[in-house]
Design a protein around this ligand. Structure first.
Ligand code: PRT
Ligand code: ZN
Length: 294
């Protein structure tokens, strides 16, 4: 193999650890040194480029890197400002880096839906996404562009509202702000270059994509075992999230109950287990799935 592919990953920030862990779980071995921007893959022709997240969409669009991992919020904001003749391919959500871009305001402000934003000043680091959102709703407001510390803009008198990323909501709370509406939901995305690739590079891009797909699907998947009254099998099958055909096993010496085993390909929440219990399920076990070939 003479040609190598590159994956752009955030150097140090909220997505770094999960991104590198994902690549590691795909079988990629590399030596990392804190100061280096380039980690050469030791067992595959796949290298990692560690950069600021804002640089990732353009690096992938221009073909400097064949693949990249970046927040949808960053990708969408940059797409607002560029001609979209050759956008990157968005291959899949990676199930980490969850956050939302939301409008918030000091608790004292009265708010009666989006129209309350009319004529107001809104501070944000996402002027592109916010501008589109307002235009789609026919709202004319003054977008105040800030590079950071958006949450203190109202108390400094720079803006009436803010539009910023939120995950736990603690930062809003600490600044006495109230979340009012969600502009977009976001998670980390795997993106690929729109540039044509040699067959050799294309094969490695597809291989990495398949492995990443497998790792993410397994992460979401759980193996569920439970006992169910025969009469409730149909209802319980319907409640099992993302499972196609549960295996039904008879229980020795028990005619009215069966054991059901299923792989659930979606997150199994406590609420799901409670709903299963209400439907008659008992002896429920939820196990992680290590590897899966589907
Ligand atoms: O240096 P570089 O440019 O690479 O990094 P950065 O500082 O621009 O980005 P970074 O590391 O802060 O975030 C990278 C990506 O993580 C973002 O683009 C989002 O896709 C995602 N992400 C997930 C978040 C958050 N959650 C998040 N909570 N990005 C930022 N935040 C901020 C939020 O705005 C608030 O100020 O973190 C603070 C804490 O949030 P709460 O709600 O939990 O209090
Ligand atoms: Zn950034």
């Amino acid at each position: 193999m003479s040609e190598r592919i590159k994956i752009a990953v955030q150097k140090s920030g909220r997505l770094s650890e999960n991104s590198l862990e994902l690549l590691h779980r795909c079988g990629l071995q590399y030596a990392r040194s804190e100061s280096r921007l380039y980690c050469a893959g030791e067992n595959m022709p796949v290298d990692i480029l560690l950069v600021r997240d804002d640089d990732i969409p353009s690096m992938v669009r221009q073909g400097v890197c064949e693949l990249g991992i970046v927040g949808e919020n960053v990708l969408r904001e940059q797409q607002c400002g560029e001609d979209d003749s050759a956008p990157v391919s968005e291959l899949r959500g990676l199930d980490f880096g969850f956050c939302r871009l939301a409008i918030a305001a000091p608790r004292s402000i009265t708010y009666a839906g989006s129209q309350s934003l009319q004529g107001k000043r809104i501070a944000t680091s996402y002027p592109g996404i916010l501008g589109r959102y307002l235009a789609e709703r026919g709202i004319v407001a003054q977008v105040v562009r800030l590079a950071g510390a958006v949450e203190i803009a109202p108390s400094l008198g720079q803006a009436d509202f803010i539009c910023d990323l939120v995950s736990s909501g603690n930062t809003l709370q600490a600044n006495d702000l109230r979340e009012l509406e969600v502009v977009m939901e976001s998670q980390a995305q795997l993106i690929a270059t729109p540039r044509p690739l040699s067959a050799e590079k294309q094969a490695w891009v597809q291989r990495m994509q398949r492995r990443i797909d497998g790792v993410v699907r397994v992460k979401e998947s759980k193996y569920i075992m439970l006992h169910a009254p025969r009469s409730a099998v149909a209802e319980i099958s319907r409640l099992l999230p993302g499972s196609e055909m549960p295996t039904i096993v008879s229980l020795d010496g028990c005619d009215n109950k069966v054991a059901m085993h299923a792989v659930c390909r979606e997150t199994v929440f406590w609420e799901t287990l409670e709903a299963l219990e209400d439907a008659g399920a008992s002896a429920m076990l939820v196990l992680p799935v290590e590897k899966m070939l589907a």
